[in-house]
Design a protein around this ligand. Structure first.
Ligand code: 0CH
Ligand code: SF4
Length: 314
């Protein structure tokens, strides 16, 4: 039987960012340097495939530091940790490596700077996400108010409306966040913001790339995990940019092929924590069922690299 034609529009940039690359390398180098087991607090990045590959090399993933023996090396995930976590590790004289992305650390320092200048901080982000927990945990309780939505930006009532600053999670929707900031600026004209956006280059570029292809696609697949904020945002952006049939999948085996019936143009992207092998796997699975043509739309080139911690860089 002849295979129907399918054009795959690949969004670029997609997949791993510099912070994810660095975080994974930290775990791999720690395993080489110290030997297994190396403990990792929280999923190093939100991707099961990455986590399982590292587990196979001897990494042990835990939720909290109290699950790690005092004498074993431990890595903190790319999303960042509250100050109490490295403090506890120091108190127990543990060997720890911090894989927090430098762009998340930059937001932590911004929060500290505003706090030192006497400003109350409004953090735009999602409750319970580890990056939000880590950023709020840079400062004492009560120093930061979380705002999740435009409606909350309309209703939030800070005690001193003259001394405010806003910061954000790095992996939010660029457009939704701009809307929230507009509301805050209207209500609190003196509110201070970051010199450069807190939403990182990788989040911004991946959203721009999916926006560039969405309207031409009959369907869009985003490779990524349901707990990956930046990946879930890509699905939302694809929908709002003109492709209502957009779906998050973790691997090719999850695809219900009936969903692709009648699709001539399929957009494909991947969140910052999804390895390119997963994209290749989806393309290979499509080739088994369709006559595939690949077209890549490149909206920007990335050449960002972050150094490893000194203990591992030799
Ligand atoms: O998008 P989130 O923050 O949920 O995290 P991820 O999927 O692990 O991607 C890497 C970003 C890590 C911190 O910005
Ligand atoms: Fe860093 Fe952005 Fe990647 Fe998060 S998504 S790890 S902030 S580069």
């Amino acid at each position: 039987m002849e295979r129907p034609p399918l054009t795959i529009l690949l969004a670029a940039p997609r997949g791993f960012c510099a912070g994810v690359d660095r975080a994974i390398q930290i775990v791999e180098k720690a395993l080489e340097t110290y030997g297994a087991p190396v403990y990792v607090r929280h999923e190093i990045v939100h991707n099961r495939f990455v986590v399982e590959s590292l587990e196979a090399k001897g990494a042990v993933f835990v939720d909290e530091l109290d699950e790690v023996p005092d004498d074993a090396p431990v890595v903190f995930s790319a999303h960042g940790v509250p100050k109490s976590v490295p403090e506890e590790a120091k108190r127990r004289a543990m060997l720890y490596l911090d894989a927090t992305c430098p762009l998340v650390s930059k937001v932590h320092r911004e929060a500290e700077r505003h706090h030192a200048a006497g400003r109350h901080i409004i953090l735009i982000g999602h409750a319970g996400h580890p990056e939000v927990v880590g950023t709020m945990g840079q400062l004492p309780p009560g120093a930061v108010t979380l705002v999740e939505t435009r409606a909350e930006a309309e209703s939030v009532q800070p005690a001193d409306t003259h001394n405010l600053a806003h910061i954000t999670q790095t992996t939010l929707s660029v457009d939704d966040t701009a809307d929230i900031i507009t509301v805050l600026q209207r209500r609190f004209p003196e509110i201070q913001g970051p010199k450069r956006e807190d939403i990182c280059y990788a989040t911004t570029n991946r959203q721009q790339a999916i926006k560039a292809i969405a309207a031409q696609c009959d369907a869009v697949l985003v490779l990524g995990a349901p707990n990956s904020s930046n990946s879930v945002r890509l699905v939302e952006v694809a929908k709002s940019a003109g492709c209502p049939r957009a779906l998050l999948v973790q691997r090719a085996e999850e695809i219900d092929w009936r969903w692709l019936e009648g699709v001539g143009k399929l957009g494909v992207s991947a969140g910052a924590s999804a390895p390119e092998t997963l994209v290749e796997e989806v393309i290979a699975a499509c080739r088994e069922r369709f006559t595939v043509t690949i077209e890549e739309t490149v909206v920007s080139r990335e050449d960002v690299h972050f150094k490893l911690p000194r203990a591992l860089s030799a």
